[in-house]
Design a protein around this ligand. Structure first.
Ligand SMILES: *Cc1c(COP(=O)(O)O)cnc(C)c1O
Length: 399
């Protein structure tokens, strides 16, 4: 057996089988490239699902982790943590927010947002105001609150009873959203661009109309930017593309450039509802992850990363549109910055497997949408290499 096969056999024996994994045993990464245990090299256009926005092992993130690891790994949120304070300051300076709650993942950030929306609304308006409207095809994470909020049946199957108080409406349909609002509603929670649901962009004016609806009914507007925040769409946060400010925003994935972190950013008016003892996280905002977060965020802001994301995003979209002329099974190319979906008229799962064999990592959501999430630092030459592998695969499927 090869080293790869040995690891796979061991993994299938003792690791929970919650993922259908591809036959790749990952051991090393640098920039846009990942190496497996047998030394094979892959061009990584998945980025750990939008986590490695600065590429693998960005030197500034690695240096910050190394330096902090020698000073202090963990203390407790009973005490003040300088790196956490600085990261909160930086996030507020560059967003609508006034206050940040730190946790360790996207779903925890969403939990915090859900608890905040309920507590604020129940205390400010009425005890029955606890309902949250979210979108169909949304994805908000895998805890019980997360799957209750998520507008996809497949994540909920077998886990009843779910958390009550969630309603789902079609994404982009303002009439349906308006119709779903009742006196029990406290918030609307949306991804400004849907990621897992197939890279779905909001129709022009939709987010602005949602903002107005929230103001009219005194609802909190929560944007789940776990996937599309941190530079992915070409601006630091996705909401900035349309100049529609939420009241609460959740972040995770790329926030620390690789290591686990989550954050809920909120306006003071709402954040004030979560006082001492109302919420917490042992590891949330610990010195190590906060140091990584600071390094990652500063790099995104200072090193031309957003500019590269915009330029490479348009280049990749244009080139994919060119492929559309050659391959009629490409239905649509859509995306913003470097989250790009290629909708096919046929299933994409087998293409993802072929891509892996040929040294390219991509993924497929909702069966027919190939999703491209390269690092925001990707080069034009790397995009060209990716396109060459992809056209090869498409040509084989054509025949
Ligand atoms: C990945 C994701 C989550 C969940 O994040 P975890 O860190 O896996 O808990 C939530 N919302 C969106 C939009 C995501 O893409």
């Amino acid at each position: 057996m090869s080293t790869t096969e040995t690891w796979i056999a061991r993994g299938l024996t003792h690791v929970a089988a919650t993922y259908g994994r591809y036959p790749l045993v990952a051991v090393r990464g640098q920039g846009s490239w990942l190496w497996d245990v047998d030394g094979k090299k892959y061009l990584d256009f998945l980025s750990g699902v939008a986590v490695n926005n600065l590429g693998h092992c960005h030197p500034k993130v690695v240096a910050a982790l190394r330096e902090q690891a020698e000073k202090l790994l963990h203390c407790s949120n009973f005490y003040h943590i300088p790196q956490q304070i600085e990261l909160a300051e930086l996030l507020c300076e560059h967003s609508f927010g006034d206050r940040v709650f730190f946790c360790n993942s996207g779903v925890e950030a969403n939990e915090a947002a859900i608890k905040l929306a309920r507590k604020y609304s129940v205390e400010t308006h009425a005890p029955e105001r606890s309902e949250i409207v979210t979108a169909l095809a949304s994805f908000h994470g895998r805890t019980l609150a997360g799957i209750s909020a998520t507008g996809q049946e497949k994540v909920k199957a077998g886990f009843s009873p779910l958390l009550p108080g969630f309603k789902h409406v079609p994404f982009g349909d303002i009439t349906a959203l308006r119709a779903a609002i009742t006196p029990q509603c406290c918030a609307i929670m949306l991804e400004p661009v849907q990621g897992e649901g197939g890279v779905n962009l909001p129709p022009a004016g939709y987010l602005q109309a949602v903002r107005e609806l929230c103001d009219e009914h005194q609802l909190l507007l929560i944007f789940d930017e776990v996937q599309v925040g941190c530079g992915r769409t070409g601006s630091l946060f996705a909401y900035q593309q349309e100049e529609v400010e939420p009241d609460v925003m959740t972040l995770a994935k790329a926030l620390a450039g690789g290591p686990p972190i989550g954050a809920m950013v909120a306006k003071e008016k709402y954040a004030a509802a979560l006082g001492p003892g109302s919420h917490g996280s042992t590891f949330g905002g610990n010195p190590l992850m906060a140091a990584a977060g600071l390094a990652a965020l500063k790099t995104i802001l200072e090193d031309g990363v957003l500019k590269n994301c915009v330029a490479m995003g348009s280049y990749l979209r244009e080139r994919l549109e060119t492929l559309q002329e050659k391959f009629p099974f490409i239905v649509e190319v859509r995306g913003r910055g470097l989250i790009i979906g290629l909708e096919l008229s046929i299933a994409g799962g087998e293409m993802v497997k072929t891509a892996l064999e040929r040294g390219l990592l991509i993924n497929c959501t909702v069966d027919r949408v190939l999703r491209f999430l390269p690092p925001l630092t990707v080069s034009q030459d790397e995009i060209d290499q990716m396109l060459e592998i992809l056209s090869g695969i498409f040509t084989d499927y054509q025949e």
